[in-house]
Design a protein around this ligand. Structure first.
Ligand SMILES: Nc1nc2c(ncn2[C@@H]2O[C@H](COP(=O)(O)OP(=O)(O)OP(=O)(O)O)[C@@H](O)[C@H]2O)c(=O)[nH]1
Ligand SMILES: [Zn+2]
Length: 310
Protein backbone atom coordinates (compact mmCIF):
# COMPACT_ATOMS: atom_id res chain seq x y z
CA UNK A 1 0.00 0.00 0.00
CA UNK A 2 1.05 3.58 -0.53
CA UNK A 3 0.58 6.16 2.19
CA UNK A 4 -1.87 8.73 0.84
CA UNK A 5 -2.51 10.93 3.85
CA UNK A 6 -0.77 11.48 7.17
CA UNK A 7 -2.87 12.85 10.01
CA UNK A 8 -1.76 13.42 13.56
CA UNK A 9 -3.73 10.37 14.72
CA UNK A 10 -4.08 8.19 11.64
CA UNK A 11 -2.58 7.05 8.36
CA UNK A 12 -4.55 6.51 5.18
CA UNK A 13 -3.04 4.31 2.50
CA UNK A 14 -4.07 3.46 -1.05
CA UNK A 15 -4.48 -0.24 -1.71
CA UNK A 16 -5.71 -2.11 -4.76
CA UNK A 17 -9.09 -2.14 -3.01
CA UNK A 18 -9.14 1.62 -2.49
CA UNK A 19 -8.21 3.77 0.51
CA UNK A 20 -7.57 2.00 3.79
CA UNK A 21 -7.00 3.31 7.30
CA UNK A 22 -3.90 1.71 8.79
CA UNK A 23 -3.67 0.63 12.39
CA UNK A 24 -0.42 1.64 14.01
CA UNK A 25 1.07 -0.27 16.93
CA UNK A 26 0.86 1.41 20.34
CA UNK A 27 3.47 4.10 20.73
CA UNK A 28 4.12 4.48 17.00
CA UNK A 29 3.91 8.01 15.64
CA UNK A 30 2.33 8.97 12.33
CA UNK A 31 5.08 11.59 12.05
CA UNK A 32 7.49 8.79 11.13
CA UNK A 33 5.59 8.25 7.89
CA UNK A 34 5.33 10.41 4.81
CA UNK A 35 2.81 10.63 2.01
CA UNK A 36 4.26 8.45 -0.75
CA UNK A 37 5.74 5.82 1.56
CA UNK A 38 5.36 2.23 0.42
CA UNK A 39 4.19 -0.12 3.17
CA UNK A 40 3.84 -3.85 3.59
CA UNK A 41 0.56 -4.23 5.47
CA UNK A 42 -0.97 -7.25 7.16
CA UNK A 43 -4.34 -7.41 5.38
CA UNK A 44 -6.49 -8.66 8.26
CA UNK A 45 -5.26 -6.34 10.99
CA UNK A 46 -4.27 -3.47 8.67
CA UNK A 47 -1.10 -3.15 10.73
CA UNK A 48 2.12 -2.14 8.96
CA UNK A 49 4.65 -4.94 8.73
CA UNK A 50 7.41 -2.88 7.23
CA UNK A 51 8.03 0.43 5.48
CA UNK A 52 10.01 -0.11 2.30
CA UNK A 53 13.26 1.80 1.90
CA UNK A 54 12.68 5.27 0.53
CA UNK A 55 14.10 6.18 -2.86
CA UNK A 56 13.84 9.89 -2.04
CA UNK A 57 12.59 11.90 0.92
CA UNK A 58 11.56 15.57 0.93
CA UNK A 59 11.85 17.04 4.39
CA UNK A 60 12.23 20.37 6.14
CA UNK A 61 12.71 21.65 9.64
CA UNK A 62 10.02 23.92 11.02
CA UNK A 63 10.95 26.85 13.24
CA UNK A 64 12.43 25.36 16.42
CA UNK A 65 11.57 21.84 15.28
CA UNK A 66 13.75 19.15 16.80
CA UNK A 67 13.47 16.67 13.94
CA UNK A 68 12.92 17.42 10.29
CA UNK A 69 9.29 17.18 9.23
CA UNK A 70 8.65 14.71 6.41
CA UNK A 71 6.94 16.25 3.39
CA UNK A 72 6.77 13.40 0.87
CA UNK A 73 8.58 10.18 0.06
CA UNK A 74 9.51 8.45 -3.18
CA UNK A 75 8.97 11.55 -5.28
CA UNK A 76 10.72 11.31 -8.64
CA UNK A 77 10.13 14.87 -9.81
CA UNK A 78 9.47 18.06 -7.87
CA UNK A 79 7.41 20.63 -9.78
CA UNK A 80 8.50 23.96 -8.33
CA UNK A 81 5.60 26.19 -9.30
CA UNK A 82 5.91 29.95 -9.76
CA UNK A 83 4.17 32.41 -12.06
CA UNK A 84 5.21 34.70 -14.90
CA UNK A 85 4.78 37.84 -12.80
CA UNK A 86 6.59 40.01 -10.30
CA UNK A 87 6.11 37.51 -7.48
CA UNK A 88 8.79 35.41 -9.14
CA UNK A 89 11.63 35.29 -6.65
CA UNK A 90 14.98 33.61 -7.48
CA UNK A 91 15.99 33.26 -3.81
CA UNK A 92 12.77 31.43 -3.03
CA UNK A 93 13.17 29.13 -6.03
CA UNK A 94 16.75 28.38 -4.97
CA UNK A 95 15.47 27.20 -1.59
CA UNK A 96 13.11 24.79 -3.30
CA UNK A 97 15.91 23.64 -5.62
CA UNK A 98 18.15 22.92 -2.64
CA UNK A 99 15.30 20.94 -1.05
CA UNK A 100 14.81 18.89 -4.24
CA UNK A 101 18.54 18.28 -4.69
CA UNK A 102 18.98 17.15 -1.13
CA UNK A 103 15.98 14.81 -1.38
CA UNK A 104 17.32 13.20 -4.55
CA UNK A 105 14.36 14.30 -6.69
CA UNK A 106 14.63 15.96 -10.09
CA UNK A 107 13.48 19.59 -9.93
CA UNK A 108 11.46 21.13 -12.75
CA UNK A 109 10.53 24.81 -12.62
CA UNK A 110 6.96 25.28 -13.79
CA UNK A 111 6.07 28.86 -14.66
CA UNK A 112 2.30 29.32 -14.77
CA UNK A 113 0.21 32.19 -16.13
CA UNK A 114 2.25 32.21 -19.34
CA UNK A 115 -1.04 33.05 -21.06
CA UNK A 116 -1.06 36.41 -19.29
CA UNK A 117 2.27 37.75 -20.53
CA UNK A 118 3.50 38.81 -23.93
CA UNK A 119 7.14 37.92 -23.41
CA UNK A 120 7.43 34.44 -21.90
CA UNK A 121 11.16 34.29 -22.65
CA UNK A 122 11.76 37.20 -20.28
CA UNK A 123 10.45 35.10 -17.36
CA UNK A 124 12.09 31.90 -18.50
CA UNK A 125 15.47 33.65 -18.69
CA UNK A 126 15.20 34.69 -15.06
CA UNK A 127 15.11 31.10 -13.84
CA UNK A 128 17.01 29.10 -16.44
CA UNK A 129 20.36 29.97 -14.86
CA UNK A 130 19.43 29.07 -11.31
CA UNK A 131 20.95 25.61 -11.64
CA UNK A 132 23.00 23.85 -14.28
CA UNK A 133 20.82 21.74 -16.59
CA UNK A 134 17.63 23.03 -14.96
CA UNK A 135 14.43 22.18 -16.80
CA UNK A 136 11.90 24.99 -17.13
CA UNK A 137 8.36 24.69 -18.48
CA UNK A 138 6.05 27.65 -19.10
CA UNK A 139 2.32 27.02 -19.34
CA UNK A 140 -1.24 28.00 -18.53
CA UNK A 141 -2.14 25.85 -15.53
CA UNK A 142 -5.82 25.93 -16.44
CA UNK A 143 -5.44 24.80 -20.05
CA UNK A 144 -5.68 21.05 -20.79
CA UNK A 145 -2.45 21.11 -22.80
CA UNK A 146 -0.53 21.87 -19.58
CA UNK A 147 -0.77 18.15 -18.87
CA UNK A 148 0.87 17.48 -22.22
CA UNK A 149 3.72 19.88 -21.44
CA UNK A 150 4.46 17.93 -18.25
CA UNK A 151 3.64 14.46 -19.60
CA UNK A 152 7.23 13.22 -19.66
CA UNK A 153 7.36 13.35 -15.85
CA UNK A 154 3.86 11.99 -15.26
CA UNK A 155 3.92 8.50 -16.81
CA UNK A 156 2.89 5.32 -15.00
CA UNK A 157 5.29 4.49 -12.18
CA UNK A 158 6.25 8.15 -11.73
CA UNK A 159 5.45 10.28 -8.70
CA UNK A 160 5.55 14.06 -8.83
CA UNK A 161 5.04 16.60 -6.05
CA UNK A 162 4.03 20.25 -6.36
CA UNK A 163 5.43 23.06 -4.24
CA UNK A 164 5.16 26.82 -4.51
CA UNK A 165 3.71 29.92 -2.90
CA UNK A 166 0.03 30.55 -2.45
CA UNK A 167 -1.77 31.64 -5.59
CA UNK A 168 0.79 30.45 -8.15
CA UNK A 169 -1.66 27.88 -9.51
CA UNK A 170 -0.80 24.61 -7.78
CA UNK A 171 -4.45 23.60 -7.33
CA UNK A 172 -5.28 24.61 -10.89
CA UNK A 173 -2.33 22.61 -12.20
CA UNK A 174 -3.19 19.59 -10.08
CA UNK A 175 -6.73 19.61 -11.45
CA UNK A 176 -5.43 19.85 -14.99
CA UNK A 177 -2.97 17.01 -14.38
CA UNK A 178 -5.80 14.93 -12.96
CA UNK A 179 -7.90 15.71 -16.03
CA UNK A 180 -10.61 17.46 -14.02
CA UNK A 181 -12.65 20.52 -14.79
CA UNK A 182 -12.85 23.07 -11.95
CA UNK A 183 -16.45 21.97 -11.22
CA UNK A 184 -15.45 18.32 -11.02
CA UNK A 185 -12.49 19.19 -8.83
CA UNK A 186 -14.84 20.79 -6.32
CA UNK A 187 -16.82 17.58 -6.11
CA UNK A 188 -13.97 15.12 -6.11
CA UNK A 189 -11.43 16.99 -4.06
CA UNK A 190 -12.02 14.64 -1.18
CA UNK A 191 -12.23 10.89 -0.87
CA UNK A 192 -14.31 8.64 1.29
CA UNK A 193 -12.39 6.39 3.58
CA UNK A 194 -13.60 3.33 5.46
CA UNK A 195 -12.34 3.42 9.03
CA UNK A 196 -12.11 0.46 11.41
CA UNK A 197 -15.76 0.66 12.39
CA UNK A 198 -17.06 0.46 8.84
CA UNK A 199 -18.06 4.12 8.89
CA UNK A 200 -17.14 6.46 6.11
CA UNK A 201 -15.34 9.67 6.80
CA UNK A 202 -14.30 12.28 4.34
CA UNK A 203 -10.76 13.51 4.20
CA UNK A 204 -8.87 15.73 1.82
CA UNK A 205 -6.53 13.87 -0.39
CA UNK A 206 -2.83 14.24 -0.86
CA UNK A 207 -2.02 11.49 -3.34
CA UNK A 208 -3.76 12.04 -6.67
CA UNK A 209 -3.94 9.90 -9.79
CA UNK A 210 -2.99 11.90 -12.86
CA UNK A 211 -3.44 11.38 -16.57
CA UNK A 212 -0.54 9.48 -17.99
CA UNK A 213 -0.75 7.00 -15.14
CA UNK A 214 1.47 8.65 -12.54
CA UNK A 215 0.70 10.05 -9.12
CA UNK A 216 0.90 13.61 -7.84
CA UNK A 217 1.35 14.76 -4.25
CA UNK A 218 0.24 18.22 -3.22
CA UNK A 219 1.95 19.88 -0.30
CA UNK A 220 -0.37 22.37 1.33
CA UNK A 221 1.03 24.16 4.31
CA UNK A 222 4.54 24.77 3.07
CA UNK A 223 4.18 28.50 2.87
CA UNK A 224 7.67 29.53 3.82
CA UNK A 225 10.73 27.41 3.44
CA UNK A 226 13.93 27.93 5.36
CA UNK A 227 17.07 26.08 4.37
CA UNK A 228 18.22 23.47 6.86
CA UNK A 229 19.88 20.07 6.89
CA UNK A 230 21.23 20.55 3.37
CA UNK A 231 24.74 19.64 2.30
CA UNK A 232 25.27 18.27 -1.21
CA UNK A 233 22.07 19.97 -2.36
CA UNK A 234 23.69 23.39 -2.08
CA UNK A 235 26.84 22.36 -3.92
CA UNK A 236 24.70 21.07 -6.77
CA UNK A 237 22.62 24.25 -6.82
CA UNK A 238 25.63 26.57 -6.88
CA UNK A 239 28.02 24.32 -8.83
CA UNK A 240 29.38 27.18 -10.98
CA UNK A 241 30.55 29.01 -7.84
CA UNK A 242 31.85 25.93 -6.00
CA UNK A 243 33.96 24.99 -9.00
CA UNK A 244 35.79 28.32 -8.93
CA UNK A 245 36.91 27.99 -5.31
CA UNK A 246 40.02 25.85 -5.97
CA UNK A 247 41.34 28.79 -8.01
CA UNK A 248 41.36 31.13 -5.00
CA UNK A 249 44.71 32.02 -3.46
CA UNK A 250 43.67 30.99 0.05
CA UNK A 251 42.23 27.56 0.70
CA UNK A 252 39.83 28.95 3.31
CA UNK A 253 38.79 31.88 1.11
CA UNK A 254 35.36 33.26 2.03
CA UNK A 255 35.11 34.94 -1.40
CA UNK A 256 34.11 38.15 0.34
CA UNK A 257 37.23 40.32 0.52
CA UNK A 258 40.36 38.20 0.00
CA UNK A 259 42.96 39.06 -2.64
CA UNK A 260 43.31 36.49 -5.39
CA UNK A 261 39.72 35.32 -5.05
CA UNK A 262 38.58 33.46 -8.16
CA UNK A 263 34.90 34.01 -7.35
CA UNK A 264 35.30 37.79 -7.07
CA UNK A 265 37.39 37.74 -10.24
CA UNK A 266 34.57 35.97 -12.09
CA UNK A 267 32.12 38.61 -10.84
CA UNK A 268 34.45 41.40 -11.93
CA UNK A 269 34.80 39.78 -15.37
CA UNK A 270 31.02 39.68 -15.73
CA UNK A 271 30.99 35.86 -15.80
CA UNK A 272 29.14 35.52 -12.53
CA UNK A 273 26.22 37.50 -11.17
CA UNK A 274 27.03 39.32 -7.92
CA UNK A 275 23.45 38.88 -6.72
CA UNK A 276 23.73 35.14 -7.21
CA UNK A 277 26.91 35.03 -5.07
CA UNK A 278 25.14 37.00 -2.35
CA UNK A 279 22.15 34.66 -2.40
CA UNK A 280 24.52 31.70 -2.17
CA UNK A 281 26.22 33.16 0.89
CA UNK A 282 22.90 33.96 2.54
CA UNK A 283 21.54 30.46 1.93
CA UNK A 284 24.71 28.89 3.30
CA UNK A 285 24.42 30.98 6.46
CA UNK A 286 20.73 30.26 6.82
CA UNK A 287 21.28 26.53 6.39
CA UNK A 288 24.12 26.56 8.88
CA UNK A 289 22.22 28.37 11.59
CA UNK A 290 19.12 26.21 11.12
CA UNK A 291 20.93 22.89 11.18
CA UNK A 292 21.74 21.45 14.59
CA UNK A 293 24.70 19.10 14.66
CA UNK A 294 24.62 15.94 16.68
CA UNK A 295 27.52 15.65 19.06
CA UNK A 296 28.48 13.58 22.06
CA UNK A 297 28.42 9.80 22.32
CA UNK A 298 24.66 9.56 22.40
CA UNK A 299 24.12 12.28 19.87
CA UNK A 300 21.64 14.08 22.07
CA UNK A 301 23.36 17.44 22.28
CA UNK A 302 22.53 20.04 19.72
CA UNK A 303 24.90 22.83 18.87
CA UNK A 304 25.20 25.13 15.91
CA UNK A 305 26.88 23.59 12.91
CA UNK A 306 30.49 24.68 12.47
CA UNK A 307 31.16 27.25 9.81
CA UNK A 308 31.64 25.73 6.42
CA UNK A 309 33.91 27.56 4.04
CA UNK A 310 34.71 27.07 0.41
N1 LIG B 1 -4.69 32.82 -16.56
C1 LIG B 1 -4.19 31.96 -15.69
N2 LIG B 1 -4.67 31.92 -14.43
C2 LIG B 1 -4.13 31.04 -13.56
C3 LIG B 1 -3.07 30.15 -13.94
N3 LIG B 1 -2.73 29.41 -12.87
C4 LIG B 1 -3.56 29.80 -11.86
N4 LIG B 1 -4.40 30.79 -12.27
C5 LIG B 1 -5.40 31.48 -11.43
O1 LIG B 1 -4.69 31.99 -10.30
C6 LIG B 1 -5.48 31.85 -9.12
C7 LIG B 1 -4.73 31.01 -8.07
O2 LIG B 1 -4.63 29.69 -8.54
P1 LIG B 1 -4.66 28.42 -7.55
O3 LIG B 1 -4.57 27.20 -8.42
O4 LIG B 1 -5.78 28.50 -6.60
O5 LIG B 1 -3.28 28.65 -6.78
P2 LIG B 1 -2.63 27.77 -5.61
O6 LIG B 1 -1.17 27.76 -5.85
O7 LIG B 1 -3.30 26.45 -5.53
O8 LIG B 1 -2.95 28.63 -4.34
P3 LIG B 1 -3.15 28.12 -2.82
O9 LIG B 1 -4.36 27.21 -2.85
O10 LIG B 1 -3.39 29.39 -2.06
O11 LIG B 1 -1.89 27.44 -2.44
C8 LIG B 1 -6.81 31.26 -9.56
O12 LIG B 1 -7.71 32.31 -9.77
C9 LIG B 1 -6.47 30.57 -10.88
O13 LIG B 1 -7.59 30.49 -11.70
C10 LIG B 1 -2.58 30.24 -15.30
O14 LIG B 1 -1.63 29.54 -15.70
N5 LIG B 1 -3.17 31.15 -16.11
ZN1 LIG C 1 37.56 33.13 -3.06
Amino acid sequence: MRVAKVHRDRLIAESVFGPVRLNLPNGASTADYAVGDWMLVEPDTRMPVRRLDRKTILQRRTEGGRAPQLIAANVDTLFIVSSCNDDLNPARLERYLALANEAGTTPVIVLTKADQVADVAHWRDQVAGLQRGLQVVTLNAKAPDAALALARWCAAGQTVALVGSSGVGKSSLLNTLAGKSPEEAQLTGSIRVADGKGRHTTTSRSLHRIIGGGLAIDTPGIRTLHASDISAGLDQLFAEIIELAPGCRFRDCTHAHEPGCAVQAAVAAGKLDQARVERWRKLLDENRSNTPVQSGPRGNKTTKAPGRRY
